[in-house]
Design a protein around this ligand. Structure first.
Ligand code: IFM
Length: 462
């Protein structure tokens, strides 16, 4: 049910100062399957690593699970109608691999595919461009049981899954992202334990990163064979501009190290076909193996069509003990409900970093913030902090375009409040408020504001 101050967002008189974006700029919002769909065992869906992770006590705040999340699997028509009311030009969502191949590989689960076919058709009917992310962290558990991303075979299984989707949806989906945020999968899911599968083996770091990159490259090759150039494909990296906490040479080196391990470890193989020397040296000294086979680097560097960038934060780095080399220190700025420093220049800095490596078109595939949103006495959610956040970050995007970045679009994270991984349902990132008791949706003030941005193709500066 849609409730609240819900008149279709009107187009107010033009504000005095409007920061105009280039004609055709794509305005979107993003979600991912596990975070919104629910219905985790409906229609033959297989178990994912996040289903398993959520069942382990203490892993997720409030014992949150993917069930029923936003119940999007059943309420998707209502969600598409809301997107249309906002005037979204594009919607980035992910396909749940375990709905397509419940056991990781063939046979196809037709009912799972049909769900996405219907969603894509409805988006197109409303003039909303679908953008599919193939992998947003919900690996079939069966594949994790065989080693997950630490195993080379997972990259081959991913290419098979990607090819199936290219064959079945390739004509209708203009934008495809392969893997979302390989950096977090690598460090939080495998080297660390905070995200699924929660392995906690630092020695798997390079194997996981390499297989994710390989999976991307194999998917790009399959894409060219099946779809060619009539649609576009790219990787989505979360880039974190790294700054030294002081001018001391030790802190400067710490920032360089963190920049290499978080950003360049992924940028350099994708765009230069090699791993950064500093990273190889760092991992070699820690006995972390890199299981690269001959020919892998050429596959990884297979030319894509765009780079997607998710950006939320910068990193302030200080020197630490010799084992780690660097540590992150809190920034001085105001914080979101995630405790993340609000630092809008992270947008222009991340775009500049990407441009060191590629002249491909760029998309900001995620940017947004969690705040403590509550309906007021009249039911309205007046999230002025989010509006200020989005405005400040869009100003930086505009600045980057003026400086020459070929930025083609911007996707707010997120369309809906949703399951925020190990933080459960506490943080609310949505433009649309979700009542977790009734699952009713309600547009926040930021949604109305964003609708105006879209309608004007520009950011009102007052
Ligand atoms: O919710 C996540 C999303 O799944 C990936 N990028 C960051 C978001 C906020 O943490």
């Amino acid at each position: 049910m849609i409730s609240g101050p819900q008149s279709t967002p009107g187009v107010a008189p033009a504000p005095a100062a409007l920061l105009r974006f280039p004609p055709g700029f794509l305005w979107g919002a993003a979600t991912s399957a596990f975070q919104i769909e629910g219905s985790t065992s409906a229609d033959g869906r297989g178990e994912s690593i996040w289903d398993r992770f959520c069942r382990q006590p203490g892993r997720v705040a409030g014992d949150g699970t993917g069930e029923p999340a936003c119940d999007h699997y059943r309420r998707w028509p209502e969600d598409v109608a809301l997107m249309a009311r906002l005037g979204l030009g594009a919607y980035r969502f992910s396909v749940a691999w375990p709905r397509i191949f419940p056991t990781g590989g063939p046979p196809l689960n037709q009912k799972g595919l049909d769900f996405y076919r219907r969603l894509v058709a409805a988006l197109r009917e409303h003039g909303i461009m679908p953008m599919i992310t193939l992998y947003h962290w919900d690996l079939p558990q069966v594949l994790q049981d065989q080693g997950g991303w630490a195993a080379r075979d997972t990259a081959l299984r991913f290419a098979e899954y990607a090819a199936l989707l290219f064959e079945r949806l390739g004509d209708e989906v203009p934008l495809w992202a392969t893997i979302n945020e390989p950096m977090l999968i690598t460090y939080a899911g495998y080297a660390g334990r905070t995200k699924a599968p929660g392995v906690g083996r630092p020695r798997q770091t390079l194997a996981v990163a390499h297989h994710l990159l390989l999976a991307h490259g194999l998917a790009v090759r399959a894409f060219r064979q099946i779809i060619g150039r009539s649609a576009s494909i790219g990787m989505v990296l979360n880039l974190r501009p790294c700054h030294p906490a002081s001018r001391r040479p030790r802190d400067v080196r710490a920032a360089q190290l963190l920049d290499t391990l978080t950003n360049r470890l992924f940028l350099e193989p994708l765009f230069r076909g090699r791993y950064p020397d500093l990273a190889l040296h760092f991992f070699h000294r820690r006995f972390v193996p890199l299981p690269a086979a001959p020919g892998d680097m050429a596959i990884i560097a297979e030319p894509a069509d765009f780079l997607g960038i998710n950006v939320y934060v910068r990193v302030l780095a200080a020197a630490s003990n010799p084992l780690m080399g660097a540590r992150q220190v809190p920034g001085p700025g105001p914080k979101t409900a995630m405790g993340w420093e609000i630092y809008p220049a992270c947008v222009s800095e991340a775009l500049a970093l990407a441009r060191e490596y590629t002249a491909l078109p760029l998309y900001l595939t995620e940017n947004g913030a969690a705040f403590a949103d509550h309906p007021g006495p009249d039911g309205a959610i007046d999230d002025q902090e989010r509006i200020a956040y989005l405005r400040a970050h869009l100003v930086e995007a505009h600045r980057a375009i003026a400086a020459g970045a070929d930025l083609r679009g911007y996707f707010v994270w997120s369309l809906l409040d949703n399951f925020e991984w190990e933080d459960g349902y506490g943080p609310r990132f949505g433009l649309i408020y979700v009542d977790y008791t009734t699952r009713a949706r309600r547009l926040k003030a930021s949604a109305q504001w964003y609708a105006e941005v879209i309608a004007r193709n520009g950011v009102p500066m007052e």
